[in-house]
Design a protein around this ligand. Sequence first.
Ligand code: APR
Length: 228
Amino acid sequence: MNVVVLTGAGISAESGVPTFRDADGLWEGHRVEDVATPEGYDLQPSVVHRFYDERRASLSRVEPNAAHRALARLEDQLGDRLLVVTQNIDDLHERGGSTRVLHMHGELRSALCRACRGRTPWEHDLADYPPCPRCGVSELRPDVVWFGEIPYQMDRIQDALDAADLFVSIGTSGAVYPAAGFVQFAARAGARTLELNLQPSAGTHLFDDARHGPASSLVPAWVDDLLR
Ligand code: APR
């Protein structure tokens, strides 16, 4: 059985990483146009760097939760028949033990050079405009896919959705495309579809099944069911 799991901010919420669109979410305190578009970066790069530098630094204060660990347990059993596609830019899936993870919206612990387009693992701040380790030019930006940019690895994701028998969406509001459309691709390719989310998402009616509650209990319970 081929399983594709799509995750969003909700899977990391109980680890203490803020979501985007909930009451205390990141988009309550920041304008998307300012910190999550190429135009915002061109206008105020220092503001954008501070926003992502703070979030990168905060990763060392959070830990994966039971939902991340349950997906790693599922990978132990399914191997390359499981693919986790995440919209999250944190590294909690990897620290929870998953290895087959695609970060379609990029990663906080990576920097993208606007001069040579190289991607470099990055732990530190970018606000002080360090040189790119590859080409030496001081044009590093957060390696994060902003609104108006094309997500990473869409071909691989499409292939995985085409081959999926089961598609599971975890902790995402279904507000942002193309990820919000994956459920329909998977269903058309013949997969069963399941939503696991705190509350019904925007596209909850598109799923065959849905379970609502906190990811830290829903995800381990679903993995137990699947492996039984
Ligand atoms: N367990 C499960 N789901 C949860 C939990 C929890 N503990 N807490 C919150 N949620 C759910 C919320 O109900 C909401 O539906 O997680 C979802 C989070 O939605 P968003 O904040 O919109 O996050 P996400 O869907 O990942 O956003 C998609 O938007 O701004 C962009 O690039 C950003 O990748 C992000 C994309």
